[in-house]
Design a protein around this ligand. Structure first.
Ligand code: C5P
Length: 401
């Protein structure tokens, strides 16, 4: 099989410069990319940049190289079309099936999955015309990523920022792997996900922490957004870019995580505790840095238990029918320990994986068994963390009723 053929459509927004980073990620990961900028995109980033970064000629007009029928060929040969940034105007033209430039012709001839990454001012994004166009494109099977919230061109901030190129790239990778859009079976649901690892401070410079990267929790957030959920992600010390379309709250310690998760869980349909929460914290916090003293052994550090958030959530569900999912990292007797933990915590599903120094933590891939309180046991083979996340959502939607 040849390299996957990706068409990167770029429409005329200031965020066009960020598409250069997306292009670089796509080419470096082995995709063959044709860039199709609109006339207005070329006001922001010129043809030479797109050509040099993609290693391919850059057709810009329907009338270039007419003998090769580019307005039909480019779309026909694509495995994926991604438009980033997608302006309000481009979304409108795509939704209405216009074909007044090479990019919209390409969108009409493409039979592969299509991803739009919108970027525009908040007012334009929220306008009913744009919202209707987005709904139309989604109904036809296109993936329209929710814009990020943050600084827009000029001094204003709000929803409408182009998601980070790394985020758009991840969506493209997943859509390509699946060969199409995901089902929107979590539409109308609120899901709360914790991710990362808590840090329990000893003094102003030191903490007790763990190796959790947060990648599995972020994969759960991304996949839930793609399946239509409203997502609140409570992130503990991850340093990862915010998943597009999720509301991200941050927490440092187990206590802060507990407060944020319990508050968000009040109206949630599902809570997934993917964060590695410290079981213990130092009994005392030294307000000044703990000093070493010549000739003295270090004093032992007394620990106290942290609240078990998963057990607390499972025992006191704020909403009838709320589903609670836990994670368990085990080093030995994985299944037996997992079953015992599921019973102890009282959650509905427990994702159990085997960990070691080089296994899972920080990796892009994972392997697990999902145990159900109903006795079910679903093995998920080694694969991307998104694949495990999607399996978890499959099991959740089957139980949501
Ligand atoms: O008991 P253990 O730490 O192995 O349990 C792991 C699961 O419990 C994870 O889902 C984790 O998020 C959750 N947990 C918690 N509060 C704690 C410890 C773990 O919610 N204090």
């Amino acid at each position: 099989m040849g390299r996957p053929q990706v068409v990167l459509g770029v429409s005329g927004g200031i965020a066009a410069y960020k598409a250069c980073e997306l292009l670089r990620r796509l080419t470096e990961s082995g995709h063959e990319v044709r860039v199709v900028p609109t006339e207005s995109a070329l006001h922001f980033v010129g043809e030479a940049t797109w050509s040099a970064l993609s290693g391919n000629p850059v057709p810009t007009r329907v009338w270039d190289d007419v003998h090769q029928v580019p307005h039909v060929r480019i779309g026909q040969h694509a495995d994926l079309v991604v438009v980033a940034p997608a302006t309000a105007d481009l979304l409108a033209r795509a939704a209405h099936g216009l074909a007044d430039d090479l990019l919209t012709n390409t969108l009409l001839t493409a039979r592969c999955p299509v991803v739009f990454a919108p970027a525009m001012h908040t007012e334009m994004w929220e306008h009913p015309a744009t919202q209707d166009n987005v709904a139309t494109l989604r109904r036809r099977g296109a993936v329209v990523i929710e814009p990020a919230v943050g600084r827009l061109t000029g001094a204003d901030t709000g929803k409408g920022r182009l998601p980070e190129p790394a985020e758009i790239y991840e969506v493209c990778r997943r859509v390509l792997a699946r060969g199409g859009a995901l089902p929107r079976d979590l539409a109308g649901r609120h899901v709360v996900i914790s991710a990362g690892g808590t840090r329990e401070p000893l003094d102003p410079v030191r903490y007790l922490g763990n190796r959790s990267s947060g990648k599995q929790g972020y994969a759960l957030a991304r996949t839930a957004v793609a399946r239509g959920a409203r997502v609140t992600l409570v992130a503990a010390n991850t340093g990862l870019p915010d998943p597009a379309g999720a509301d991200v709250l941050t927490a440092g310690t187990a206590d802060q995580l507990r407060e944020a998760v319990l508050k968000a869980a009040a109206d949630a349909d599902v809570v997934v505790m993917a964060a590695a929460v410290a079981d213990f914290r130092p009994a005392a916090y030294a307000t000044g840095k703990i000093k070493k003293r010549d000739g003295e052994e270090p004093a032992p550090i007394p620990l106290v238990r942290n609240p078990d958030i998963l057990a607390e959530l499972s025992a006191n569900r704020p909403r009838a029918g709320q589903l609670v999912v836990g994670f368990a990292a085990e080093t030995d007797d994985v299944l037996a320990n997992g079953r015992a933990k599921l019973a102890r915590k009282g959650c509905d599903l427990l994702v159990v994986n085997e960990v070691g120094e080089r296994k899972v933590f920080g990796a892009e891939e994972n392997e697990a068994v999902v145990l159900g309180a109903d006795g079910s046991e679903t093995p998920v083979p080694h694969g991307p963390k998104e694949a495990l996340a999607d399996r978890v959502w499959d099991l959740v939607t089957a139980r949501l009723g």
